[in-house]
Design a protein around this ligand. Structure first.
Ligand SMILES: [Cu+2]
Length: 215
């Protein structure tokens, strides 16, 4: 390769927008210090649009029903994702959502039935079952590829984020406050760490005995 060509390629690379260099660790805990799992952390560049969420969040995406519960409790998908709803129980389920981001109903279906729903709008979709009141789960439809769900340690690690000013948001279904969301402007450069304290309301009585909700 000629030196001129190398220089041209290098300048194109430098001009083509933000460097992807930052790694961000986010720790989530309750006011008493317990880790919070099942929270969704999203990072959005303050200037310019984020790339399509599907560039990093890849499927297959599945919300199964087993032992009269949804699995997982919180499912993160990119805008446009198609989610399958396999029923692993012997009984039938009747899954629905009234959420603005996606209203739908999967009428009584059993193990033999194949059901899918496509989520074409960003937002939070709360799921229920008409037959079993205690079934509850959430699908978080993200419009940024920089997103992840917290693990049992209440931790999220996001790699190769754009350097510069971003907004970090944390959502959890039982977080007190507007939109169940906390938001913080952060300037990323290299490796960074953020901690959030999440004040959670009690989960619905019907499900609190069945899940470790992290609080
Ligand atoms: Cu059900």
């Amino acid at each position: 390769m000629t030196r001129l060509l190398t220089l041209i390629l290098l300048s194109v690379a430098l001009m083509s927008g933000q460097a992807l260099a930052a790694d961000l660790t986010v720790d989530l805990h309750t006011p008493t210090g317990a880790p919070v799992r099942d929270a969704v952390v999203t990072v959005t560049p303050a200037a310019g649009a984020a790339p399509p969420a599907s560039t990093r969040l890849s499927g297959p995406f599945q919300m199964s029903q087993e032992k009269i519960q949804f699995h997982p409790f919180v499912l993160l998908v990119p805008v446009g994702a198609t989610v399958t709803f396999p029923n692993l129980d012997k009984v039938r389920h009747h899954v629905y959502s009234f959420s603005a981001a996606k209203k739908f109903e999967l009428k009584l279906f059993g193990q033999e039935d194949h059901r899918t729903v496509t989520f074409d709008k960003a937002g939070v979709v709360a799921l229920g079952c008409n037959i079993h009141d205690r079934m509850l789960a959430y699908i978080f439809v993200a419009d940024t590829p920089y997103a992840a769900v917290s693990d049992d340690q209440g931790r999220v690690l996001l790699r190769n984020l754009p350097d510069g000013a971003v907004v970090v948001k944390v959502w959890h279904p039982f977080l007190k406050g507007v939109g169940q969301t906390l938001s913080r402007p952060v300037t990323l450069k290299g490796a960074g760490q953020q901690a959030f304290t999440l004040d959670l309301r009690d989960p619905p009585a019907s499900m609190s005995s069945m899940r470790g909700m992290g609080n």
